[in-house]
Write a protein that binds this ligand. Structure first.
Ligand code: ADP
Ligand code: MG
Length: 368
């Protein structure tokens, strides 16, 4: 089975520890997304995999073959860069052919492979065009076609869509998935854009300061974030975080924060039994706040003054001030009967099945 594996990769550049002990394995046919803020080490990680940098320690395997020290052209990887890496003095056909020629693929074989790839990516009419005569979207497809004609063991993409305007990005995403589905090889796709990561990734690995923070599906990152960084980095609108205290009374557990008092479900009693009278951070996704039904449990209600109202497609984001220092944002689905004018008071119900808690010191999520 095809597989790409990196083990404990470390890379220093100058004084910076840019990649700090990263390990992951990507399966055959898996589309694996590396998501992280700018400067988190994503490009360096891809450059290590494709051989443009050499790691200080750690190893890289493709199909169980150790490629850590091989020069780039012996690694047999397909790579699509952010700036496309096209040669302006060659036409489209020559650019697509270049990688194959460099590897000594016979001319007849090249001529056989290019037309179907060009056809799939809508480039047939452009094969003789100069690169500078193409739009950004077309250039991006040339870079993709160049990766597509290779029979690579794995494919790597470094923010290949970030130079395209938003309209073209959706088409380009589909083009990339077309190539991926046809190749069915392990693929690593780098982006700082979480909506892109969520739309494309089978699994998503979140990188911060050169370290992998969590690897999982979009669902897992949203609903079981490993730590505060993930909780804040993933999700839109951002998560609400409220510092407060856990207290136990009559065998019940409560969270008390500025403007919020919650009775906690039984499931939290055990995980929080060391937190009695201690500080803790509550995390609430905006869509865990809803317009209450009439017979709602008083223990999960909060109220406050509306600070802003932002209507979106299918939902309304409402900011409300619930305490002297605390505001919450709520993503409300059904707001027809609510008064949502700034300054008016609003009551919302918190879905206590969706609470998240984080340790103040370690910033790790407390597992339920
Ligand atoms: P990303 O692709 O996630 O934006 P990079 O891998 O490009 O991140 O860079 C990660 C970090 O490495 C950045 O903080 C950057 O400043 C640092 N860095 C990159 N190249 C060098 C270099 N040649 N010398 C020192 N630091 C570098
Ligand atoms: Mg980068």
């Amino acid at each position: 089975m095809g597989q790409l594996e990196v083990n404990n990769l470390v890379k220093r550049l100058g004084d910076n520890l840019v990649v700090d002990g990263v390990s992951f394995a990507v399966n055959e046919g898996e589309f694996f997304v590396l998501l992280g803020p700018s400067g988190s080490g994503k490009s360096t990680l891809l450059r290590l995999i494709c051989g443009l940098e050499t790691p200080d320690s750690g190893s890289i395997q493709v199909n169980k073959r150790d490629i850590t020290r091989l020069p780039p052209r012996e690694r047999n990887l397909g790579m699509v860069f952010q700036d496309y890496g096209l040669y302006p003095n060659m036409n489209v056909y020559q650019n697509i052919a270049y990688g194959l020629e460099a590897r000594g693929v016979p001319r007849a074989e090249i001529a056989r492979r290019i037309p179907p790839a060009a056809e799939k990516l809508g480039l047939t009419a452009h094969l003789k065009s100069g690169i500078v005569d193409l739009s950004g979207g077309e250039q991006q497809r040339v870079a993709l076609a160049r990766a597509m004609v290779k029979d690579a063991d794995a494919y790597l993409y470094d923010e290949p869509l970030s130079n395209l305007d938003p309209k073209l990005r959706h088409k380009a995403r589909r083009d990339i998935m077309t190539v991926h589905k046809e190749k069915h090889k392990p693929s690593v796709y780098v982006t700082h854009d979480q909506s892109e990561a969520f739309a494309m990734g089978d699994r998503i690995a979140v990188l911060a300061k050169g370290k992998l923070q969590q690897v999982g599906t979009a669902e897992a990152l949203l609903h079981q974030p490993a730590n505060l960084f993930i909780a804040m980095f993933v999700g839109s609108p951002p998560i609400n975080l409220v510092e407060g205290t856990i207290a136990t009374e009559n065998q019940e557990y409560y969270f008390y924060g500025d403007g919020i008092a919650l009775k906690l479900p039984q499931a939290w009693h055990h995980p929080l039994n060391h937190y009695d009278m201690r500080k803790i951070i509550l995390g609430l996704r905006p869509d865990a706040l809803t317009v209450p039904e009439s017979d709602v449990d008083e223990d999960s209600l909060v109220s406050g003054a509306v600070e802003y109202v932002e209507p979106l497609l299918g939902e309304t984001i409402v900011g409300m001030k619930v305490g002297s220092r605390t505001s919450l944002s709520a993503a409300l689905q059904d707001t027809e009967n609510e008064s949502l004018n700034v300054g008016e008071s609003l009551r919302v119900s918190i879905d206590t099945e969706r609470l998240l808690f984080f340790d103040v010191e370690s910033e790790k999520a407390i597992a339920i």
